[in-house]
Design a protein around this ligand. Structure first.
Ligand SMILES: *[C@@H]1O[C@H](CO)[C@@H](O)[C@H](O)[C@H]1NC(C)=O
Ligand SMILES: *[C@@H]1O[C@H](CO)[C@@H](O)[C@H](O)[C@H]1NC(C)=O
Ligand SMILES: *[C@@H]1O[C@H](CO)[C@@H](O)[C@H](O)[C@H]1NC(C)=O
Ligand SMILES: *[C@@H]1O[C@H](CO)[C@@H](O)[C@H](O)[C@H]1NC(C)=O
Length: 173
């Protein structure tokens, strides 16, 4: 991100609309409710002053406390260097949240519909853990008939071209 710039996305980030209007900024992150700026989505131009300063701080990285450097620190830095970062609200990238209620809203109910304000959804893989992931297999989502969910409804369009013989067993890990 520092040397070449670009867009970083965690593997469990689903993108709903283009980022074109964000690319005019040096550096963009979104608020993770009550925590900081979540590093699951980062948009940067090469050598943006924010990314250069942030990466310097990783010399003190503590892996047992990863979200300090990765989520809280950018929030503290944003207060110190407000001109170096474009901050999007908590709905833009990371909504609904990883709370038990919001995970149920997404994966156990069909009650949530994304708005066109929202660029992405973060699946919160860490919060989902390895529980019930077979419900989230692409073929399960594509072919679900008896239980529609907010999540399935939002992502099914991306599975239009999934081959009928796709075997997700091989992707289970
Ligand atoms: C790293 O973080 C853990 C958990 O917060 C803490 O117990 C430990 O003392 C920290 N290590 C250092 C070197 O600060
Ligand atoms: C979804 O909406 C139904 C009908 O309004 C409600 O009974 C249910 O509790 C809601 N579930 C969630 C998880 O929001
Ligand atoms: C996983 O699925 C089982 C069976 O459908 C259900 O009983 C259980 O509550 C689910 N667990 C979670 C965390 O959703
Ligand atoms: C899917 O792949 C697994 C592991 O390679 C294999 O054991 C299984 O038979 C395959 N399933 C189908 C339906 O082809």
């Amino acid at each position: 991100m520092r040397d070449y710039g670009g867009i970083y996305l965690d593997l469990d980030v689903i993108v709903f609309k283009p980022f074109d209007d964000l690319l005019y900024n040096d550096f963009t992150m979104g608020i993770q409710k009550d925590v900081g700026l979540c590093n699951a989505v980062i948009i940067s131009r090469p050598f943006a002053p924010f990314v250069t300063r942030w990466i310097q701080q990783y010399k003190n990285f503590n892996d047992s406390d990863w979200d300090y450097h990765s989520v809280k620190l950018p929030w503290f830095m944003a207060k110190e260097y407000p001109d170096y970062i474009n901050i999007l609200d908590e709905k833009a990238f990371f909504w609904p949240t990883w709370s038990v209620e919001d995970l149920e809203l997404m994966y156990k109910s069909n009650n949530y519909t994304f708005t066109n304000h929202q660029y992405t959804y973060h699946m919160w893989a860490a919060a989902l853990g390895r529980k019930n992931t077979s419900d989230l297999f692409p073929t399960s989502i594509k072919n679900v008939e008896n239980m529609e969910t907010s999540f399935n409804r939002a992502v099914r369009k991306f599975l239009k071209y999934l081959p009928d013989d796709f075997n997700e067993t091989n992707f289970n890990e």
